[in-house]
Ligand binder design. Sequence first.
Ligand code: MSP
Length: 645
Amino acid sequence: MKYYLTTPLYYVNAAPHIGHTYTTLAAETIKRLKRMQGFDAVLTTGTDEHGQKVERSAEASKRTPQEFADVVSAEFRRQWDALGIQYDHFIRTTDPQHHLTVQWLFERCRKNGYIYQGSYTGQYCVSDELYVNEAGPGDPCPFCGRITETVTEENYFFKLSAFQDKLLALYETEKDFVRPEARRNEVISFVKQGLQDLSISRTSLKWGIPLPVEGKHVFYVWFDALIGYLSAVRDTGLWPADLHLVGKEIVRFHAVFWPAFLMAADLPLPKSVFAHGWLLFENDKMSKSRGNIVRTDPIREVVGIEALRYYLFREIVFGQDGSFSYDALIGRYNADLANGLGNLVSRTLTMIKQYRAGVTPAQFDQATGQAAAIAIQAAASAFDRFEFSRGLEAIWTLIAAADKFIVDQAPWKLARAQDEESHRRLDTALGTAAETVRIATALLSPVLPDSTARIWKQLGMRNDLSLIQMKDIRWGEFPAGQAIGDIAGVFPRIDSAVAIEKMRALEVEVGRQQAALLGKTVEEPAGATGAIAPLAPSINIDDFGKVDLRVGLVLSAEAVKGADKLLHLKVDIGEAEPRTIVAGIAKVYKPEQMVGRKVVIVANLEPRKLRGILSQGMIVAASLEDGAPVLAGFLEEVPVGARLK
Ligand code: MSP
């Protein structure tokens, strides 16, 4: 039986980060799990490449949209390959086969009467040639600052309003269509509020799939992107999808728009949509504009991908938001993998080698066997409900039971005894430990495919772990007379401080590499509105060279009487005398905060009198929307007087 699942098709206007990795790893884990349950599991991932944002980013990096999309799409693919993700299809919405499928589906909807021409009114920026969704009449364009115009254009609409009852009936009969429950309720109440028809084409946009109609219409975002799931597997018999795995912010598109498009085209609906939560970093959703992006490469290189897989599925309740931190990542790894499972494996194998010449005795303790039966059942059913953290907990309960059994039995003492009873007990202790490792390893294999395969080999197992079936995992079946393989540590302990420092340093480097690869403009615009102030006219390097920026150390600071914004500073920039600088930072910085602080000053600015004091330079600061300053500074040590260029 087939099981077809998908990740979202990721936008190419931003480079991949750990949030995208989270979804992709989860989808891959589910694929492995389904295979273990006897399905022929097939996974599609890919990239969503059309639209205004890509057009703009491409232009800014002086590439065509296609060239730009090629680079970013390849970067997603490189990431998934580096992580060893076993995807079966990688669909790009720029693939010709996808274009044909979108046009075909549009025609089917149209034939069935669900497409009509209408007019769309929005705020349009003539200079940038785009609609500004968030702007009202008279508002400026967030990109160029010019006033937008209210424009009406003819475009094509999808009759979403016709599907309200059908969708509600779908959620009612297919209780698992949207999961988890909280998301299901959210979707139902959204649909109950009434659905508006969707504008699905634009004439103002060029970078998109043309509609099979007169005129210059291209498809507008979601109608194009969602169909990717179908174009990836059209004519393979895999449709409908069994599962669309998505982040919670796009559940509505998948659980409302998508089934409506398919109903309109008389095509089978996906079986379910599962929305996971957000991965938060420092309690905030990761985004470029917040500057709290975590990338996957540094983690993979420093602690390995299995540490990350374990952390994500053990620490975070799948479906809910969860935090990511380097510290917690390594804490979990050391506690559960290095000390927990890793320790059990190495102790077990070493003892078998020492006391039984490397041949595992096939004798097992009954009580531990009962604990194992419970763990197998609990893990299998939790995994089946995608409750990964619960499943893993159940496996660790078994590991703890085996640990306790070994300590109670004290095989190291039994090995020294001469009587038969002790030898029989030693056999049971070793057999029980090995059997626990075998069971735990098999259960864990979808989550930790790589390290479990290595443990499997060390146990001496000859069958292929990646072919094992969940239903065949039973206590007491460790093959008799089997010799263990070569012993090697699977989860070496990680020094947290060293690893974190390495990951941080690599993060900076990888960030730079990505920016270079994609052109700096891939960076999302700053601020919640997506707007940054218009850029100043461009200058050449010589123009810039005229500005002399220096590192200075603040020696003293005091308020300026009668001026609540100003501070009077003495700043050492390595000259014979400290400079006097009057800075408009008093609303944010207190004098005592400034003393001893390194700042950046413009050292060759004409002196200017402020409130009767001659200011010999200016301090460099970011200026926030409300005018509040944030002083520029350095993360590393810098000498006073160093020039910035
Ligand atoms: N292109 C659309 C999806 C179209 S599907 C037909 C899109 N792309 S996206 O690049 O923005 O990717 C969004 C997905 O990436 C989320 O739904 C989620 O799966 C994943 N994540 C991105 N950031 C994330 C976190 N911080 N945390 C968890 N998942 C995150 O939306």
